[in-house]
Design a protein around this ligand. Structure first.
Ligand SMILES: *Cc1c(COP(=O)(O)O)cnc(C)c1O
Length: 373
């Protein structure tokens, strides 16, 4: 048996070279005579791995010095709570202290629901009426808000904002709102101007590594904003975590080590620019196949809203879905079952998915259509 092409939405495929490297280093790392998982997070050895991962992320994403980089636990779901706790000035009963949320699908909706537990949430645009098949427009900005949250790529619905995020009505507001972006499924897949953002967060298990570590990039001028009422758990306090090198408690050491290995692999592949080119090619291939006839139905038809990373689609004859998925599995194409919120099929084309994987999927789709259609 050999490794298949894995289209899993997350946790997702890792580069085989990284897995082999981790395997070789698993029982004993370098000259430590112990594994990465068995040493103090404060040891010189582990701190060097931590610093390497920090430096690689800064280099790959061109993160300026006035941004803090945190490696936290709790996933993107934890960050959906940490964000309002850190950046809003008042609790949910105080109308002055809210935040603006743009709703483009499943994950931005969930983030807004979580924030509502901690602050006033102003929905400034929502594409629910379009079943999240197109990106929402910003309808109205609140008079005061601590930040504007959106999901840069909707992993379930398969819509993605163009980079940079186009928010025309924002430019007319007196002071620009800090943008807070959930980039869990598209971080390091295209060039970014980090300076455009207040906060970026992403769980590692899609494009950067394995579940258990979450990358948070915060503009340092926002670190002071925490409510400071003593009611934020310290592990969720951006400023305290920054001062403690993300080690207010024991950090996920193996996850941080593996993050460093994946970042190193990304650099060897040509960095974010190479990923961006590959994503353009992979997604173009799959969308062309989906648009070629009426056997397959892409969920998102609007070209300007389409995700380059997560592509949900259906079979016109829905009852063939199970056969499609079983055949794919047998052909070495894994993880294609759609999210429970949508059903159908979803192909996730994260950084470690090669162009050959997208080609293999398209070949299988043509063959399935020819024999079953
Ligand atoms: C996967 C995902 C999440 C949830 O991440 P967890 O690490 O499970 O909390 C949130 N937002 C987006 C866009 C995602 O793709």
């Amino acid at each position: 048996m050999s490794r298949a092409y894995n289209f899993s939405p997350g946790p997702a495929a890792l580069p085989a070279a990284v897995l082999a490297e981790a395997q070789a280093e698993f029982c004993e790392y370098a000259d430590w005579r112990a594994s990465v998982m068995e040493v103090s997070h404060r040891s010189a050895g582990f701190m060097a791995l931590y610093e390497q991962a920090q430096a690689l992320l800064r280099e790959l994403l061109q993160i300026p010095d006035d941004y803090a980089v945190l490696f936290l636990t709790g996933g993107a779901t934890g960050q959906a709570a940490a964000l309002p706790l850190n950046l809003t000035a008042a609790d949910k009963h105080d109308k002055g202290g809210g935040a603006a949320y743009l709703i483009s699908g499943y994950w931005s909706q969930r983030a807004a629901d979580e924030a509502r537990r901690f602050c006033q949430v102003h929905i400034i645009g929502d594409s629910a009426a379009a079943d999240y098949k197109t990106l929402p427009a910003v309808e109205e900005l609140p008079a005061s808000a601590a930040y504007l949250h959106y999901a840069d790529n909707e992993t379930v619905h398969g819509v993605e904002f163009p980079a940079p995020l186009v928010l025309p009505s924002l430019s007319s507001s007196p002071a620009p709102l800090p943008l807070a972006a959930d980039m869990s499924s598209n971080i390091a897949t295209r060039a970014l101007n980090i300076g455009d953002y207040g906060v970026i967060y992403a769980g590692a298990q899609k494009n950067l590594g394995i579940a258990g570590v979450t990358v948070v990039i915060v503009k340092k001028s926002l670190l002071q904003r925490a409510r400071k009422r003593g009611d934020i758990p310290r592990v969720w306090d951006y400023q305290q975590q920054w001062q403690a090198d993300s080690m207010l408690n024991t950090p996920p050491t193996f996850q941080i080590y593996l993050l460093g290995r994946v970042l190193n692999w990304l650099k060897q592949q040509g960095g974010v620019a190479a990923m961006e080119k590959a994503h353009r090619e992979k997604s173009a291939l799959l969308y062309a196949a989906l648009d070629a006839g009426d056997f397959y139905i892409p969920y998102v038809r609007d070209a300007a809203s389409r995700s380059r990373i997560n592509i949900p689609f259906f079979l016109a004859e829905e009852k063939l879905t199970a056969a499609f998925l079983a055949g794919a599995q047998a052909a070495g194409l894994l993880g294609l079952k759609g999210h429970k919120a949508l059903g159908g099929i979803r192909a996730s084309l994260y950084n470690s998915m090669p162009l050959a994987g997208a080609r293999a999927l398209v070949d299988y789709m043509r063959e399935f259509e020819r024999t079953r259609g």
